[in-house]
Design a protein around this ligand. Sequence first.
Ligand code: LLP
Length: 442
Amino acid sequence: MELYGTQTVNSKGHLEIGGVDSVDLAHIYGTPLIVYDTELIRKRAAAFRETFSRMGVRAQVAYASKAFSSIAIYELAAEEGLSLDVVSGGELHTAVQADFPRERIHFHGNNKSYMELNYAFDERIGCIVADNFLELEMIRELAASRKQQMRILLRVTPGIEAHTHDFITTGQEDSKFGFDLKNGQADEAFRTVLDMPYVELLGLHCHIGSQIFETDAFTLAAQALMKKMEQWRAEEGFVCSVLNLGGGFGIRYTEADKPLEPAVYVENMTEAVLALSAEWDYPMPEIWIEPGRSLVGDAGTTLYTAGSEKTVPGIRTYLAVDGGMSDNIRPALYDADYTAAAAGKMDAPHDTELTIAGKCCESGDKLIQAARLPRMQEGDLLAVFCTGAYTYSMAGNYNRLPRPAVVFAEKGQHRLVIRRETYEDMTRLDLSLQQKVRKEQS
Ligand code: LLP
C-alpha cells in the first residue's frame, strides 16, 4: 500500500501521520477524526509557487477554500504565501476571523448577494470574480455609492469539457457559472465593466472542472482566454493583466488514479500562455491558479472506530464505522472511491474484502464498496485516506450526528483546529414550543 506525504508505519505497526501515532490521536481526540498532514500541504503550496518563480512568471496561487474551510487552514495558507478563494459570506467571515491579508482574497460565486458583495467592499478584498450581469450591476452600484475602488475578474465559460465526473464539470457551455465566451456574453460583460466608475478590470477567469489528470484541457482553456484577451486589445486597446485558470488538478484517491505532479500542470499552462504572449506580442499576464483538492486532499485522513459487522452470505461483509455520509458525502454523491487501512495493525495482511458502511439511516451510506483490510474487530481503528478535500466542508448533521474533530499533525506535534461537535451543538439553533415568551427588557 502506497502511503501519503509523511505517513509511515511505526514499530508498533501503527499508522503515523506527521510523526504522530494515529492510535494515540484517536485516544486523545476520539473518532471520527480528520487528521491533516500539514507538512504535505506546505510542500504542495511550495511546489505550485516555486514552479511559477522558476519560470519567471508573476503568479498568485489561491487556495480554493471550499475544499476545506477553517480558521486554522486559512492561517496556514497565509503563512505559505497563498492567496485565498472564498465563495460566500461565510467563507469570507472565516478569512476575516483568521485575519487573512485582505488584498489576497478573491471572491467567487454564481449568486453573490448584495450583502455579501457589500461585505467584500467593507473588507476591501483584493478582487471579486464577477459571474453574471446582475452581479455587475450590484458591483457598479456599490463602487459608485461608496466611491470605492474594486478590482474584478470576469468569469467565463470557455466551452472546454475536462474529462471528469459529470457533476463536477463546470467549464462546458451548459453551465450555471460565468459569461459564455463564444456567444457574445463575455464581450457584453467586458463593455459593461469598461463603463463602470471605480471598477478596474484585471482580466479573465475560468475553471474547467475538478479531479483532472491531463494538461491539454488547461492548455486549451488558456488559449481560448488569451484569444479573447487579444481580441479585446485589438478592438478596444484594452490589455488584461491577469489570467486566472482556476483549479481542478487531480490527486490519487486509489491506485487507479494517476495524477501529475503539481509542477507539470503549472508548467504546461504557463508555457501555453508564454507562447501566445510572445507570438502576439501581448504583455505577459500574471497567472493565477486556484488549487483546492491538490493542496489539501491527500493530506487528510479520517480515523474511524470499527463497530458492528454483518455478513450477507455469498455476497459481502459490511463493517460499520462511527461516521459515514454525514462526514463524507462523496461516495454517496459522486460514487467516489477511497482506500483504507487498519491504522492500529498496519503490518497485518490486508487480505479481507469488506464493505465499509456508515452509521446513517440510509442504505446508500457506504464509504467504500470493497476495502482490503485485515479481519477487523469492534474497536479497531480504520484510516480512510485522502479525505482532506470536500469532506468536512460538505459535512452535515444528518441523523444529528455531530461533525468530527479536526487535528493538524506536523513534526511530532498535534493541534486541535476544529473541536468535535457536541450533543449540545446539535440543538443550539432549536427553539422549543414550550419556551415561555419573554418580554423584551426595555
Ligand atoms: N476554482 C473554482 C472557481 C472552483 O469552482 C473550484 C472547485 C476550484 C477552484 C477548486 O477545484 P479543485 O482544485 O479543488 O478541484 N465537491 C466536489 C468538487 C467541487 C469542485 C467545485 N469547484 C468534489 O467533492 O469532488
